[in-house]
Design a protein around this ligand. Structure first.
Ligand code: 2HG
Ligand code: ZN
Length: 458
């Protein structure tokens, strides 16, 4: 192994974009939740795919591990290097796509747009809107979360119920392989069935197979008139019933979220007003679209559903969304310790039981901790957030949560991925043969294990 080729890297990206000073690099090394702070010998900021390829080539030749970072909004520690640096003791660099923000013109006939990996959701959606279209992936962190990160984690988000996950939006990718060669699958053809779906494989690979540098995304039509309603309900089953009565009436569900009284009370302390006057254990927010008088149909559905109280407003209804969207930040501000974030899913029919069991988890350890549950009810996806958990109780609580999830036929990672947080638990979600096949794919793409060591495989 040779020493860090800093001069070569500087020649590729420019002096200003190789940060080997601890203070300059610090902002890139702690993840959004504050739980993980990694160690890297330098932070590298390439501008183009070719620069990224040259950086990877130089690192590969010198046996240097490479961690990849987009908007650093991930919630499982996958966007920062390992705490002690590379587990195999090699030098390690963090490459960030922060300067790779170009967005092409929209192809209005093929309904797609090519973007660099560092383009944010918000910027891509604004470009799509110029052509009357919409980027089908949306998350509360839309102003920071980037294309590369969305694809690498196969992000879900609030529009997944309508359009599917990020993988379903990827028509093409450009990515740098572990030896520095550039893989390019770039076609707006919806029918193109030649061999393995490599873009689909890179989606959800969490930076362990290649560095995604550009993405060709599908765009969708904007939904026209939408109605956002928030209903207070006494039982999760009532929320599910309300959703059913909307779809039975022919409406499209654009988003369907659930919150609890504890969550709304906490968020209210940080600004957003209560969306509904009445108090109830649960609140369901649904954005609907359709043809004809959508508002009248939603009102009719609300009248037939067992809801305690409800409000509705034409979309985008940002004020109604605020209480839901500010859960993550309010929770982070309120917890005395880094929040334990367990993003799980269960079959929708199991939600009422599973939510009750998950709420009770806090009482299972001998230390007061506060659970706040919320999530994407239409996808059976619950974000279990445990506040004030001392570090030495994290594993115990995680085991309880995942036990409940497994008993209810659910998944230990619904939409955030595995990252560093869940590597010890993947056996709960994938069998031995399945894990061995994933390992074989990793070894084929990255035989020296240079990319994102410690992510996904532990
Ligand atoms: C959301 O749905 C995100 O807002 C974040 O997936 C979830 O903070 C969380 O636990
Ligand atoms: Zn979510």
């Amino acid at each position: 192994m040779s020493a860090m080729p800093l001069a070569d890297l500087r020649a590729v990206v420019g002096d200003a974009h190789v940060l080997d000073d601890a203070d300059a690099a610090a902002g890139y090394l702690t993840d959004w939740t504050g739980r993980w702070t990694g160690r890297a010998d330098a932070v590298i900021r390439p501008r183009t795919t070719e620069e990224m390829a040259a950086v990877v080539s130089a690192c590969a030749a010198a046996g240097i591990a490479i961690c990849v970072q987009g908007g650093n909004t991930g919630l499982v520690g996958g966007s920062v290097p390992p705490v002690g640096g590379d587990p195999a003791d090699r030098p390690l660099v963090l490459v960030t796509t922060t300067r790779m923000t170009d967005i092409d013109g929209v192809d209005t006939i093929g309904r797609c747009v090519g973007v660099q990996a560092g383009a944010t959701i918000d910027a891509i959606d604004r470009r799509a809107a110029e052509s009357g279209l919409r980027f089908p992936v949306d998350l509360a962190s839309r102003e920071s979360a980037t294309a590369g990160g969305l694809v690498a984690t196969n992000a879900g988000g609030i529009r997944m119920i309508r359009h599917g996950n990020t993988r379903s939006q990827v028509l093409g990718v450009e990515a740098v392989l572990a030896d520095g060669r550039i893989l390019r699958r770039w076609t707006s053809l919806v029918k193109d069935n030649v061999g393995y779906d490599l873009p689909g494989l890179l989606a959800g690979s969490e930076g362990t197979l290649a560095v995604i540098t550009r993405v060709l995304f599908r765009l969708v039509a904007t939904p026209g008139d939408t109605i956002v309603s928030v209903a207070a309900v006494h039982h999760v089953a009532d929320a599910i019933g309300f959703l059913g009565s909307l779809t039975d009436r022919g409406l499209n569900i654009e988003a369907a979220e659930i919150m609890t009284e504890a969550g709304i009370t906490l968020v209210e302390e940080y600004g957003p007003r209560r969306p509904v006057a009445a108090r109830a254990p649960f609140y369901v927010l649904v954005e609907t679209s359709g043809t004809g008088d959508v508002e009248a149909v939603v009102l009719e559905a609300l009248e037939s559903a067992p809801v305690a109280d409800a409000v509705l407003e034409p979309g985008p209804a940002r004020a109604l969304w605020a209480a839901r969207e500010q859960h993550t930040e309010s929770i982070a501000r309120s917890s005395a310790t880094p929040v334990v974030k367990l993003d799980v899913s269960v079959p929708i029919r199991a939600l009422p039981e599973a939510l009750a069991e998950l709420e009770a988890v806090a009482g299972m350890v001998d230390h007061p901790c506060r659970p706040i549950l919320f999530g994407h009810i239409g996808d059976g996806n619950i974000h279990v957030n445990l506040l004030d958990v001392p570090e030495d109780r994290v594993d115990e609580l995680t085991a309880h949560v995942f036990g409940i999830v497994a008993a209810n036929g659910g998944s230990i990672s619904a939409e955030h991925g595995i990252g560093r947080a869940k590597t010890a638990w993947t056996h709960l979600g994938r069998g031995e043969v399945d894990r061995a096949a994933m390992r074989a794919v990793k070894d084929a793409f990255d035989p020296a294990g240079l990319f994102n060591p410690g992510v996904l495989f532990g």
